[in-house]
Design a protein around this ligand. Structure first.
Ligand SMILES: C[S@@+](CC[C@H](N)C(=O)[O-])C[C@H]1O[C@@H](n2cnc3c(N)ncnc32)[C@H](O)[C@@H]1O
Length: 506
């Protein structure tokens, strides 16, 4: 239930103090991702402390910082808070939406108001689809393939009660089973065994008909919102909750509650979570869609409460506004090579970016569910990635070719003596090829050296550490100017600085 809490938002009499200078200790022991940074599970987030340190060391206020592979967009807020101008690009429409949310959060009150209204208008219709014979509302449905095994609900003391499904539960699930989505766009999949995707998967495989019907009720409400910040926040709340609304939620059986290890004596069934990819386990849960939504919305509400009246940063998606200095930030959903090609030469002081790392995570394939909810089309053809999906023809060779092209184009946009800070952690040596041949493809770029990046144990939400190196590296390149003026002293500030490329790690 969304209760109006005692509003913590007080009028601010004084502006925010300037952001603290980043100390070296911050990057040695980065904090965990909490608050806004933990709102959405986008893959491959980097410790914000390292980003801030690099921006502060290599640029000054008013300079342009660009991230052409922006991902979850945390760097945009960080750059603007440090008084830099910012260009963020990503081929994933979802990434750009998330970045926009971070730059312009809705107010706590407006988001709460929208949720309370939604609860009043939409929840009764959703409840109707989970109503049991005694008027209670089902919270979880355990399925064994297509057979309903048990129904969970709450008793008067609000504790879990597990029931055998009766004819009402079964006929209610059947009533919606052939529901055909009207608002969600169908997803496009390739044959990728690594994430269990295939072209034949439809929304009706990923969700029960009941879940789809309820998601679309929520979507209908969101689409009618007028306040753009509230609307975006609601859309992203729905995407954030969508994994838990799906048939991809594992039922964990026979696990010892105390130590998490397998135990034959334990009959308890626990609710697992959605695992990266499109795995639909034989035993899976269908969770009440409203509860999933309410849960994520509650998290964002708490974040908004803590952020107070968070500063809003203006951005434009139109290059003209940015280059005429009408906005501090430019956000573009496109191939970064296309956008940088249209960028004035000698204009960007620092490109600080974490590009795709070879075959680690097929971002667009994995984001297809979220982009379907947002109603956004994706440009799979131009994604820089190595994908297991044969029909995409995204091999390591194409990857290296694309990254070489990216460097060639980036070089042109950098100011003389401008820098590229590249976060990189592919483990196989083949994925480093483009870096090794850089001097041929981008003649004015010079490799300066690198340092290993430090993570706090819980700072990085990286679902697929397997296949990655133990430590990520930040590699530095400079565009040599007429009088190169970079200072070796500057880089001695970076811990464990090395002038050579990291050793091969395979
Ligand atoms: C490693 S992730 C970046 C993660 C980011 N550091 C963060 O904090 O979330 C790489 C990003 O590159 C994007 N990408 C892949 N090909 C692209 C292209 N051709 N142009 C722009 N972005 C692209 C992917 O969509 C993905 O978001």
């Amino acid at each position: 239930m969304f209760k109006s809490k005692e509003s913590s938002i007080q009028l601010k009499l004084f502006p925010d103090p300037p952001k603290q200078k980043m100390e070296i200790n911050n990057i040695l022991s980065p904090k965990a991702y909490t608050g806004l940074a933990s709102f959405h599970k986008y893959w491959g987030k980097k410790p914000i402390e390292s980003l801030s340190f690099i921006i502060e060391q290599l640029t000054k206020e008013g300079d342009i910082v660009a991230d052409p592979f922006i991902g979850s967009g945390l760097i945009a807020k960080e750059s603007l808070e440090l008084g830099r101008r910012f260009i963020g690009i990503d081929i994933n429409p979802f990434s750009i939406e998330l970045t926009k949310l971070f730059l312009q959060l809705p107010s706590y009150d407006s988001y709460l108001h929208a949720l309370q209204n939604m609860e009043k208008i939409i929840k009764p219709f959703i409840d109707e689809s989970y109503r049991m014979y005694d008027e209670r509302i089902g919270t979880h449905y355990l399925w064994e393939n297509n057979k309903l095994v048990s129904v969970w609900t709450k008793n008067v003391k609000n504790s879990k009660e597990i029931l055998t499904p009766n004819s009402i539960d079964i006929s209610l699930a059947e009533k919606y089973s052939s529901y055909k989505p009207q608002r969600l766009r169908q997803m496009r999949f390739f044959t990728n065994s690594r994430i269990n995707a295939s072209p034949s998967i439809t929304l009706n495989d990923i969700f029960t008909g009941r879940a789809l019907r309820n998601i679309e009720l929520i979507l209908g409400y969101i689409e009618e919102q007028i306040n753009p910040q509230v609307k975006r926040a609601l859309f992203l709340t729905l995407t954030s909750a969508s994994g838990q609304m799906s048939n991809m939620v594992f039922a964990i059986k026979n696990r010892n509650k105390n130590n998490g290890k397998p135990s034959r004596s334990s009959n308890a069934i626990e609710v697992g979570s959605w695992v990266i990819g499109y795995w639909r386990p034989k035993f899976h849960f269908e969770i009440n869609v409203w509860n999933c939504f309410e849960n994520r919305a509650g998290k964002l509400l708490r974040i908004l409460k803590n952020e107070g009246q968070s500063r809003k940063y203006f951005f434009s998606e139109n290059s003209k506004d940015f280059w005429n200095e009408n906005t501090p930030a430019l956000l573009i959903n496109n191939d970064s090579r296309t956008v940088l090609q249209r960028t004035p030469p000698n204009s960007i002081s620092l490109i600080c970016t974490d590009p795709p790392h070879s075959d680690r995570i097929p971002y667009l394939e994995l984001s297809e569910l979220w982009n379907s909810i947002l109603g956004k089309e994706t440009n799979f053809e131009n994604e820089i990635v190595v994908s297991n999906a044969k029909e995409r023809e995204k091999s390591k060779r194409e990857y290296n070719r694309d990254m070489e092209e990216f460097f060639r184009i980036s070089e042109r946009c950098l100011v003389p003596n401008g820098y590229i800070a590249l976060f990189f952690n592919a483990r196989d040596s083949e994925s480093w090829e483009y870096i090794k041949v850089l001097e041929k493809s981008a003649k004015d770029l010079r490799y300066l050296g690198c340092f290993p990046m430090f993570y706090s144990a819980t700072s990085v939400i990286q679902d697929n550490r397997k296949g990655g190196m133990k430590s990520d590296y930040i590699l530095f390149f400079i565009k040599q100017g007429q009088r190169s003026c970079f200072s070796f002293n500057l880089f001695s500030k970076f811990p464990n600085w090395s002038y050579s490329l990291p050793e091969r790690l395979e």
